[in-house]
Design a protein around this ligand. Structure first.
Ligand SMILES: Nc1ncnc2c1ncn2[C@@H]1O[C@H](COP(=O)(O)OP(=O)(O)O)[C@@H](O)[C@H]1O
Ligand SMILES: N[C@@H](CCOP(=O)(O)O)C(=O)O
Length: 318
């Protein structure tokens, strides 16, 4: 898995002539993506990543790619899109939208320690601050409205006891979203899917966040909760590793202290972040898209994480 749209060196040579990157030297498909066709490309100007977008349209892509450009220009470590001679960063290749971005050094750290969690928390806060003046607005398309639409679609597949958990959590989040605390939370563009596989490290040095295609405007705390729920847990139990949580929060706080409302919202937000990925995994599991080639990710991981967050509140956010 998975290159859906093949691109040959000849194809690339022709297409690349519009970019200030010199000649194409090599192209190699990346097997690990699930949404798009990704390639490492070598050019006379250096190494880059070419993505041919399989689902997102020309109309949808500017939010994501312009956000990456905005962040990269402000010194946040993210892939920088490369503009062609007309200044365009999204250009058709084999009739589909495509983009070239800078290649991040290193690899994903799948067994993170506190040092990695601190670095991710610190960069996340820098990213939130740097995105505050981003002009394009798009809500988190996997936020409360999507949970509300999706829950009834997956409920019929679930046993009664699990249906009850899902209904109760959705109601809890609906109620929480009405509170003053929730409505006072700082918000703006967030990554919203900052799992271990979407961050690069070169040794212990964080070299960048990538895969911004679930980004949208939401609360900063939701983004942090999504990140903690993946980086700072015992993957077998879903329980939080307090040392890694503390490191990530220290990293975040070193850039941007938590408001009183963020402190109050921490427990509900960890639950919201678990619910979001439980629902998307349930949806992909019970309603796989046609021609989907990958084994769906296990929804019970996030059911377990949600149960853990309900039963064992995290250490307070201060
Ligand atoms: N800018 C980048 N720099 C370095 N590697 C990248 C970059 N973008 C993607 N990759 C590599 O390509 C793989 C697939 O990318 P990803 O964005 O996760 O694809 P998809 O959205 O199709 O799931 C990543 O795991 C990573 O190894
Ligand atoms: N992080 C999500 C899956 C999204 O996949 P990605 O490859 O785009 O990060 C999950 O774990 O459910």
């Amino acid at each position: 898995m998975a290159v859906f749209t093949p691109v040959s060196l000849d194809d690339l040579t022709q297409w690349l002539s519009q970019f200030p990157l010199g000649k194409a030297l090599a192209i190699k498909g990346i097997s690990s993506g699930i949404e798009n066709s990704n390639f490492f490309i070598d050019t006379e100007a250096g190494e880059y990543v070419l993505t041919v977008f399989e689902k997102l349209s020309f109309e949808q892509l500017p939010f994501y790619l312009e956000l990456m450009r905005h962040l990269a220009q402000r010194g946040v470590a993210v892939p920088a899109p490369i503009a062609n001679a007309d200044g365009s960063i999204i250009n058709a290749l084999h009739g589909k939208p495509a983009a070239i971005v800078s290649k991040l050094a290193g690899e994903s750290q799948m067994s993170p320690g506190p040092v990695h969690c601190y670095a991710v928390g610190e960069m996340l806060a820098k990213m939130h601050l740097a995105a505050r003046d981003f002009a394009i607005k798009q809500p988190n398309l996997r936020g409360l409205s999507w949970w509300r639409e999706t829950a009834p679609v997956v409920l019929p597949f679930l046993p009664e006891e699990i249906q009850q958990l899902l209904r109760a959590e959705l109601q809890f989040q609906e109620d929480f979203a009405e509170t003053e605390t929730f409505n006072n939370l700082p918000n703006g563009p967030v990554h919203a899917d900052l799992f271990r596989n979407n961050v690069m490290f070169d040794g212990d040095r964080l070299t960048g966040f990538f895969d911004f295609y679930f980004a949208g405007c939401d609360t900063w705390l939701f983004d942090l909760a999504v990140t903690v729920n993946d980086w700072c847990i015992d993957v077998h139990t879903g329980g939080l590793d307090e040392t890694r949580v503390a490191a990530m929060l220290d990293g975040y706080r070193s850039v941007q202290p938590f408001s009183i409302d963020e402190q109050l919202a921490w427990q509900p937000m960890l639950r919201a972040a678990a619910l979001r990925f439980w629902l998307s995994r349930l949806y992909d599991f019970y309603l796989p898209r046609p021609a989907e080639m990958l084994t769906p990710l296990d929804p019970t991981d996030f059911e377990r994480i949600l149960r853990q967050r309900i039963a064992h509140p995290a250490p307070a956010l201060v």
